[in-house]
Design a protein around this ligand. Structure first.
Ligand SMILES: Cc1cc2nc3c(=O)[nH]c(=O)nc-3n(C[C@H](O)[C@H](O)[C@H](O)COP(=O)(O)OP(=O)(O)OC[C@H]3O[C@@H](n4cnc5c(N)ncnc54)[C@H](O)[C@@H]3O)c2cc1C
Length: 378
């Protein structure tokens, strides 16, 4: 039988996971990535049990987590460096990983399954009938088009699927820095290591400190979008040191690099149209307050392949896929937005809320539901 063919736009978490899963199920797969190299931005990433299961299912797990620590303990500290809450993640895995390692692992698994990845290839639009237009003028026909082209998705927008795109009040600059010899000590025993991440608050600004490999620390500086001094890149160390005097040695280690992104929320009328499926941030971008944007992207990408395997009619498979996956993704978006609300609260109220949030069984259940969800195909 001639294999069915898919053209995927975007080689991020969503596009590469879909490529692996479809190629492993006998599809002929081509991925178009507009960048000249498969390079991800955003420094580090937390991948929870749900995302790790997907990485295992597509054969990218070992390579993705090599050298990454388990990030089971997170401390929250106030502007005077006092611990106001400690969250311990028990009973399931969570790794903090250098993003590029996950992309490399997924790309290697996709290519091993027969995927063709074309870099420097820019998509411009898609039609529900299954035609993809490229910036070089070519028009490609396929049994399936996958729009995995991130929050500014041109594939999604050419089909008019967007119903809500809300820019949130806050954003974040992410960067990596080298570990000091002290930070490296004990991290190189060749076994899985555990690490402690620390979230420091001062007013509406936050510094998240996360060891994410044997040699690197992932730093996320979060601030209000209107806080021009705080969101400047290269990072203005003077302004951050004024907000976090006790972190001066750490802030001094920040180099010239860094990338600022405003948080946003995206909702679609439908995740598909005819022969086109929209996945990842293109379909459901969310603020990173529970670290699940990448996790949902990978779950939904794998599930897409499973549904297309079960049901040969593409439109019927896509409808079943959305019915299955949308509730947990909608929940993840809701809880992520909810957990971002304390950013603008007065510090004493926020400290009270953060200290008590971990004790609420209801809130813990809501917060951990996505991570503990068992993805289809795993
Ligand atoms: C501050 C911050 C922290 C985060 N932390 C976490 C975390 O800890 N854990 C987690 O799971 N998630 C996290 N996320 C969310 C996560 O980064 C995203 O959900 C994830 O990257 C989405 O992957 P994607 O493949 O859908 O999109 P993207 O990563 O945006 O990939 C899209 C790809 O498509 C390509 N592309 C775009 N347009 C075109 C075109 N026209 N033609 C060809 N190629 C194109 C792009 O170059 C890119 O490679 C965080 C997000 C932010 C902002």
């Amino acid at each position: 039988m001639i294999p069915r063919h898919v053209e995927i736009v975007g080689a991020g978490f969503a596009g590469l996971t879909a490529a692996c899963a479809l190629a492993q199920r006998g599809w002929s797969v081509r991925v178009h990535e507009r960048a000249e190299r498969l390079r991800t931005t955003g420094a580090g990433i937390y991948v929870y049990e749900n995302g790790l299961r997907v990485l295992e299912a597509v054969g990218a797990y070992e390579c993705a987590v090599a050298g990454a620590p388990m990030a089971h303990t997170r401390e929250v500290r106030d502007d005077r460096n006092r611990v106001i809450a400690v969250h311990r993640w028990t009973g399931s895995r969570v790794f903090s990983i250098v993003r590029q390692n996950v992309i490399n692992a997924l790309a290697a698994a996709a290519v091993a399954a027969g995927t063709e990845i074309v870099t420097g290839s820019i998509a411009t639009e898609a039609s529900a009938a299954g035609e993809l237009a490229l910036a070089d003028g070519r028009r490609l026909r396929a049994d399936l088009i996958v729009g995995a082209d991130g929050s500014n998705s041109c594939v999604r927008d050419s089909l008019g699927l967007l119903v809500k795109r809300k820019h949130l009040v806050d954003g974040c600059t992410r960067l990596l820095m080298d570990k000091t010899p002290e930070e490296r000590s004990g991290a190189d025993d060749g076994k899985t290591i555990e690490t402690r991440t620390i979230e420091y608050w001062s007013g509406t600004r936050r510094v998240l400190y996360t060891p994410c490999s044997e040699t690197e620390i992932y730093i996320a500086l979060t601030m209000l979008h209107r806080d021009e001094a705080a969101k400047a890149v290269p990072v203005r160390k003077d302004t951050w040191k004024r907000a976090f005097p006790h972190l001066e040695p750490l802030i001094d280690r920040i180099g010239e690099q860094g990338r600022y992104d405003r948080f946003e929320l995206i909702k679609l009328r439908r995740w598909w149209a005819g022969r086109v499926a929209i996945i990842g941030d293109a379909a459901h971008a969310l603020p990173p307050n529970i670290g699940q944007g990448g996790g949902c992207a990978m779950m939904n990408a794998l599930s897409l392949a499973v549904h297309l395997d079960r049901e040969r009619d593409v439109a019927a498979a896509l409808a079943a896929w959305e019915r299955q996956e949308r509730p947990i993704t909608d929940h993840t978006q809701r809880i992520s937005v909810l957990l971002g609300l304390p950013t603008t609260w007065p510090p004493p109220l926020r400290a009270f809320a953060l200290a008590h949030a971990g004790r609420s069984k209801w809130l813990t259940r809501q917060r951990t539901r996505t991570a503990l969800h068992r993805p289809i195909g795993t």
